[in-house]
Structure formats: C-alpha cells, structure tokens
Write a protein that binds this ligand. Structure first.
Ligand SMILES: C[S@@+](CC[C@H](N)C(=O)[O-])C[C@H]1O[C@@H](n2cnc3c(N)ncnc32)[C@H](O)[C@@H]1O
Length: 446
C-alpha cells in the first residue's frame, strides 16, 4: 500500500477513516462489521479531559474554526457525554460512580453492536482505586462481555521519581474480551456442593493458570494480575452469579484469585513446610506481603485485596494492642521519634512501631526489625514478632541471645520460626539482611 500522503496526493481513497465523536453512538459503523476494538478508555476520575480541554478549545476555536467548522460548534467542550466519574458534574461521588458505569456501559454496548461475533475487544485500565476497578469491570461484564485474559503492562517509566523503589510500575492492566453470545442463562451459584459452584471453578482456573505461568517466571505482582484474568473469565462466562440472594462482584472473584495465589506462594516460599492456615493471621498476612513486595512500599489497595482474600482486616493500632481476631495492625509512619535505628542502637521504651505494617499516605510497607517497638518484641504477640525479635536479639548479642529468645518465646514451635527465617533470608532484597538471616540459620545448623 502507498504511504498515506502519496495516496491522498494521487486523489485516492484514504486507507483509514478517522471518526471523531461519542464512542457510545457510532451510526457510521454498521452492526457486526468490526474485527477488533482496541480501547484506551478514561480511567474513572483520573483525568477530567473535557474540563482540561476548555482552555485550548476556546483559543483553537479562534484559530482553527475556519478549517474544522464541525469541531468548533460549541461554546465549550461537551462534558455530559464524557465517560468519566466527575462529582462536580454529577453532584456527588455516588452519582459520579453511577454516571461512569452508565456511560462506559453505553460505550461497551456500542462496541458489542459493531464488533463481529468472533471479534476481539482489548482494553487497558490503570487501576488507582478499587472503586474505579469495580465500576469498570462491572459495566464491562454487565454489557455482555467475557473477559478472556488479563496481563500487566508497564505503562509508567520505571525511572520516574515517584515510582522509584515502588512496586507500582506495572500499573496498567490489559484485558482481552469476547462477546458473550446466546441467551442469558439463569444465575449461577457461587458455592456449590462437590466442587460445582463458581467459586470452585475460579479456584481451579487460577491454579491451572499458576501452572501455566510458571515457566514465564513472572514477578509476583504480574502473576497476581494474570490470575485475576483467569478468575474474571470464569465469573463473566457464568454471569450473573449469586451467593444466596446477593450478586457476586468481580472484586470478589479477584479476591478469590488472590487467596489461591497467596496460598500457593506461602507453600512455595516455605518449600511446602507452612501453609496459610498454619499461621496466625498477622504472620500470614505479613509473610504473604513480604513474599510479594519484600520491604519496599506498595499501594494500599493491593494490600486491601489481599487482606480481603485472606479474611484478615488491616486495622490502625496504637501501642500494646493484642491482635485478637483476624487482623494485622497498621501504624502510621512518622519521621522523627520513631525513625529507623541502626542495628544494635538502644531504643527508648516508647519508640518503635508495635505493628508490623506501616502506612504513609496511600502506601504501605512492612517494618524492618529495627523499626519495631522493643517492648513489643520483648512481649511478642505473633510469630512475625518472634521472627523479628530473634533477628534483633542476634544483632544485640549474637547466637546465644537469639537462641535464648527463641527458647523463651517459641519453646514448642522453634522450627516454625526458623522456617519463617528461611523465607526472610531467601526473599530479602537487601544483601545485608540476606547475609544476616543466613548467618543465624547457619548458627542453628540449618
Ligand atoms: C485514557 S485517554 C486515551 C488517551 C489516548 N490513548 C492518547 O494517547 O491520547 C481516554 C480518552 O477518552 C476520551 N473520552 C471520554 N469520553 C469519551 C466518549 N464518550 N467517547 C469517546 N471518547 C471519550 C477522553 O477525552 C480521552 O481522550
């Protein structure tokens, strides 16, 4: 084919046709004529494109209206058809969510009308909040689509400063979808006897996915995202799905996927010696987070998904709390008084974080052993406390102190703590922490 400009110069038909307008209304395109829809939709409330465009629109109208009269018929840009969640336009956050779902639903319906029955729809979505994800996936499935796969795309430069040392570089998710054909079925059930429910199917699909992804050596975050695709496929194929009288949301299926991944991960990183169910909730959550992100920061909503899947609540806690029930404590990270100590530095009674998880804005990270409250590690409440207490004692007085600490606090489950230490040493990104963990294990003849 001749290059576009040559083609046009010779008076030929342009090999492509660019239409500008509302994606929810494409009268120029006949039913079932399109092979592929590739969409980069607005991400909920991330950017208010129309509002931002007004500044340029009013000036461009003065300079370009003669050339493009059809584009400049309005006083300002059209806000009403814009598929974004905009509380200023819609009146409240709740109304904005409903408007986004409705507008995206209309666009997805128009894609469905124009796409051939064997055509493909691909979308990308940068998930900043769970609400955004929920709305997007919900309107996609409601509009008659089956999500067939999902995979992560590195859409932000990993060198940009706000991404440094953070696990969010792979923050966009690519989804591929097919039309759900045929008559709508009666609602499927989430739980069913003998492995018949959709929940079991989701678990099996994610387990099969994990086998399939193994040779790809995906990092844990990417592996989790790929597993969401498996879960969403099962859910959207069986749509609608009920648990009792309540509809099962896409997020619930994704949480089930997280649970399967977390279970597998704990089995893998402990070489089968421990399972999620062997661990107290705070330790199970801390270990799973450590396996995915190590000690670097990660987005709050990622941890929230995981915590829901493990049925463990993240709760803000002050000093001296006892982690009764299914929870993991979170402390707000502060700069001054609780700043990081060097190994072996003395620590005042009040300094240090009692909780293993630290929050800063919308990000979380696991506390290092030297950041934990000395009081808390002297009176450990969980196996994660004992693990970090053992490391601190080793720093203070080498193996004899570490051994005595373990005797005191884990007389009947020393082995389990050493299994946790093995994971700590194997998964630590910091070479000093790794070396230190290995030295302790060596001292215990492991
Ligand atoms: C994530 S951006 C896509 C950016 C694009 N990939 C690029 O590189 O320029 C989403 C786009 O969807 C547009 N948009 C919002 N509502 C729309 C609608 N109803 N119909 C068509 N486009 C719409 C926004 O104006 C914005 O340009």
């Amino acid at each position: 084919m001749a290059p576009l400009h040559e083609n046009l110069k010779q008076g030929g038909e342009p090999p492509l046709n660019i239409l500008s307008g509302d994606a929810a209304h494409l009268p120029e395109i006949a039913d079932r004529t399109v092979d592929l829809v590739c969409m980069d939709p607005p991400y909920y409330n991330n950017v208010q494109y129309a509002e931002l465009s007004d500044y340029f629109y009013v000036w461009q109208k003065r300079t370009l209206k003669d050339l493009y009269p059809d584009l400049f018929t309005r006083r300002l840009t059209d806000k009403q058809k814009e598929a974004v969640a905009n509380p200023a336009r819609d009146g409240s956050a709740k109304e904005a969510k409903a408007a986004y779902e409705r507008l995206m639903g209309e666009i997805f319906a128009e894609c469905r009308r124009t796409l051939k029955d064997d055509g493909l729809l691909t979308l990308m979505f940068t998930h900043k909040s769970q609400t955004a994800w929920e709305s997007f996936i919900q309107s996609l499935i409601d509009s008659g689509w089956i999500i067939t796969s999902s995979f992560p795309v590195s859409s932000e430069f990993s060198s940009s400063t706000h991404q440094l040392d953070m696990a969010s570089a792979a923050s966009s998710i690519f989804l591929s979808c097919r039309k759900r054909l045929g008559e709508p079925e009666a609602p499927a059930t989430w739980t069913g006897l003998g492995g018949g429910g959709v929940q079991h199917q989701v678990r099996r699909a994610v387990e099969a996915g994990l086998e399939e992804f193994a040779p790809l050596k995906l990092n844990p975050v990417d592996r989790m995202v790929a597993c969401y695709g498996r879960a969403l496929r099962v859910l959207s194929e069986n749509w609608p799905v009920l648990d009792g009288d309540d509809p099962v949301s896409p997020i619930r299926a994704m949480n089930e996927a997280s649970r399967v991944v977390a279970e597998r991960q704990v089995r893998e990183i402990t070489a089968g010696r421990l399972s999620v169910d062997d661990l107290d909730p705070e330790t199970a959550m801390a270990l799973t987070l450590f396996g995915i992100w190590g000690l670097i920061e990660f987005p709050f909503h990622e941890a929230l998904n995981l915590s829901k899947s493990l049925n463990i609540q993240m709760e803000n806690k002050s000093g001296g709390y006892r982690p009764a029930g299914h929870l993991i404590g979170v402390n707000r990270e502060t700069g001054g008084g609780r700043a990081r100590r060097k190994p072996g530095d003395p620590l005042s009674e009040s300094a240090g974080y009692p909780a293993p998880l630290l929050s800063k804005g919308s990000r979380l990270r696991l506390a290092r052993p030297e950041e934990r409250s000395e009081n808390r590690l002297a009176n450990p409440q969980t196996d994660w406390d004992i693990l970090q207490g053992t490391i601190q004692e080793y720093r203070r007085g080498d193996l004899p102190l570490a051994r005595a600490y373990l005797e005191r606090h884990a007389p009947d489950h020393r082995r389990k703590i050493l299994d946790l230490l093995k994971v700590w040493a194997a998964e630590a990104d910091d070479p000093d922490l790794k070396k230190e963990g290995e030295s302790i294990l060596f001292g215990f003849n492991l």
